[in-house]
Design a protein around this ligand. Structure first.
Ligand code: 13P
Length: 254
């Protein structure tokens, strides 16, 4: 089954207001009404509303994404942001389980699962990020780590909700390091993930879920990665901060 490519820009803790607005405006202009690739951008929290307004005013097909949220609907959770607040400012897509949240902030699989379930319930699209650390890759555990994170992350997710799920395979050792999985290694991991989705759900679900690759994707390596059978686009960090690089990556996904 043909899957529509999906490219996300995860801006992480980068860009201040003027830079965020400038990058978003440039992407809006260059993507215009082209919907051949689904595109999402995930600014830092303080600029979600202003970037969201910019996308909305331009009637841009670019989706507004959030890098994080808390799963409770409201209440005494100092410092946290709810899904309804995100929806209020136009967020359509949320990242869950990013390696920096797992390994720097210390989020557990149980918390990640709570977040996945809450975001699906809220009607948002979820990009569930998984991936192995270097020592796990070297020990031949890539597929097992992905499988564990997917099984725990998707626990309780019903077949009908899988339409709202994208998986991002982001090997931890490739994130922000300039090291990229070879297209063959990335394809092998993606194939393993799709096989697991067949086992957890069925072939039709596995065939329609998009699996993005993330980890030092650049304009120069995007085409070869995206040409692999099970790679349906990318989740981009550093290269999403520059209009030309990000646009070239989107074009490579077409
Ligand atoms: P880089 O593209 O900077 O390696 O980051 C990837 C990533 O973590 C996207 O979520």
């Amino acid at each position: 089954m043909a899957r529509k490519p999906f490219v996300g820009g995860n801006w992480k803790m980068n860009l201040h207001q003027a830079e965020a607005a400038q990058l978003a405006a440039a992407l809006v202009q260059q993507i215009a009404a082209d919907t051949s690739v689904d595109v999402a951008i995930c600014p830092a929290f303080p600029y979600l509303a202003s970037v969201g307004e910019l996308l909305c005013d331009a009637a841009s097909p670019i989706m507004l994404g959030a890098q994080d949220f808390y799963f409770q609907p409201n209440g005494a959770y100092t410092g946290e942001v709810s899904l309804s607040m995100l929806k209020d400012v136009g967020v359509k897509v949320v990242l869950v389980g990013h390696s920096e949240r797992r390994h720097v902030i210390g989020e557990s699989d149980a918390l990640i699962n709570e977040k996945v379930l809450a975001a699906l319930e809220a009607g948002l699209h979820v990009i569930l990020c998984v991936g192995e650390k270097l020592e796990q890759r070297e020990a031949g555990k890539t597929d097992a780590i992905n499988a564990g994170q997917i099984a725990l992350g998707l626990a309780g997710v019903k077949t009908a909700q899988m339409k709202q799920i994208t998986i991002a395979y982001e090997p931890v050792w490739a994130i922000g390091t300039g090291k990229t999985a070879t297209p063959a290694d990335a394809q092998s991991a993606h194939q393993g993930i799709r096989k697991q989705l067949t086992a957890l759900y069925d072939a039709s679900v596995a065939g329609s879920v998009r699996i993005q690759y993330g980890g030092s994707v650049k304009a120069s390596n995007a085409k070869e990665l995206f040409s692999q059978a099970d790679i349906d686009g990318g989740l981009i960090g550093g290269a999403a901060l520059k209009t030309d690089e990000f646009m070239a990556i989107i074009k490579a996904a077409r």
